[in-house]
Design a protein around this ligand. Structure first.
Ligand code: XMP
Length: 326
């Protein structure tokens, strides 16, 4: 009889067996997989684990705090935070091409993670310890997708910002390797992780960096974060956040249109809502959200977010559109 309680117990035993009394490191992305994997390892070996969170400044409102405050409070995990917002902004300055953005974000992420990793290794060395293991939140579908062999965990490493470079000096610990996503969420809930992390919908590793169509700047990130927070809050208030697969909110930073607000003409940016329904993100359909909900989101965003004077709805399926705009 397979319960989440069994899964936790069995994995904790297995992890203890693998790691012994060595030190172990884990990157947290803000997503559910790395959060649950790290929580299992923490449960198994406590302070032998150090988590690293690279804050690239491209997360949505509240997500960095969910990791740095709520997740730490829930798990007691030892966390090393790398505040790298400036690094990413500088690297992205002047860049508009989507693939170039993705490459830059992936490259800077690896650099930032390696710098943080060095600091953690140095700390351990100062205590006469060495870090031998690295935790990865590889799921069963990832294992299957990549042929199931050893090293499968690295296939997605450049796709996922939670991922890592390939010249690993570590042995991998992969406590989610036999689990599906819904089981991972159940295990996360069982471990008492914050609901926002356990229930989080898919979110791309490059984050808001690929939801600003045009150059990424601090000002645009702030604007998009506000609009996205409003859209998500209203979707949740309508009780539809679990029904919708995900709802990217996109800023068309290079487009402006004329509007009228109060007693004046505006020349602002459009925000795109991209709610989709899907089984696996390979194909998707646009979600038929209630008009009242769309109206509330639109009213609030145009009223509350300076610089936005229009909200539009993406009614394209995948294919031909992808879920994300970049
Ligand atoms: P597309 O836009 O290709 O997205 O239809 C399919 C799914 O993948 C997510 N996505 C990403 N996830 N790193 C990720 O971890 C990425 O670079 C990335 N790009 C897209 C997207 O949100 C959707 O769920």
């Amino acid at each position: 009889n397979w319960t989440t309680g069994n899964i936790v117990e069995e994995q904790v035993e297995r992890i203890r067996g693998q790691i012994g009394d060595s030190r172990v490191i884990c990157g947290l992305s803000g997503g559910v997989d790395s959060a649950v994997a790290a929580a299992l390892v923490q449960r198994a070996v406590g302070d032998q684990l150090t988590c690293v969170f690279v804050d690239h400044g491209l997360l949505r409102e509240g997500e960095a705090e969910q990791v740095e405050r709520d997740y730490v409070a829930a798990t007691g995990v030892k966390l090393h935070v790398a505040n790298e917002q400036q690094r990413f902004l500088s690297a992205l300055a002047g860049v508009t091409d989507p693939e170039t953005k993705r490459k830059i974000i992936g490259r800077e992420f690896i650099r930032a993670f390696e710098a943080a990793e060095k600091a953690v290794l140095a700390e351990a060395a100062a205590e006469g310890e060495s870090v031998k293991y690295l935790v990865q939140g590889t799921l069963y579908p990832d294992v299957v997708e990549s042929g199931g062999g050893e090293g499968a965990a690295n296939i997605k490493s450049h796709h996922n910002v939670g991922g890592l470079p390939e010249d690993l000096q570590f042995e991998l610990v992969e406590p989610l390797r036999t689990l599906f996503k819904d089981e991972v969420r159940a295990v996360g809930a069982q471990l008492g992780l914050p609901a926002e992390i356990v229930g989080r919908q898919p979110f791309p590793g490059p984050g808001l960096g690929i939801r600003i169509i045009g150059e990424v700047t601090q000002e645009r990130l702030d604007l998009l974060r506000k609009a996205d927070a409003i859209a998500r809050a209203e979707l949740t208030a309508a009780g539809l956040d679990q029904e919708v697969w995900q709802m990217p909110v996109v800023l068309l930073a290079d487009v402006r249109s004329v509007g009228v607000q109060g007693d004046g003409r505006t020349y602002g940016h459009p925000i795109v809502l991209r709610p989709v329904s899907s089984e696996d993100a390979m194909t998707a359909d646009w979600s038929r959200l209630p008009y009242d909900l769309l109206a509330r989101i639109s009213n609030r965003i145009t009223n509350e977010v300076d610089g936005v004077n229009r909200v539009v709805l993406d009614v394209t399926s995948k294919p031909p559109g992808t879920i994300e705009w970049e």
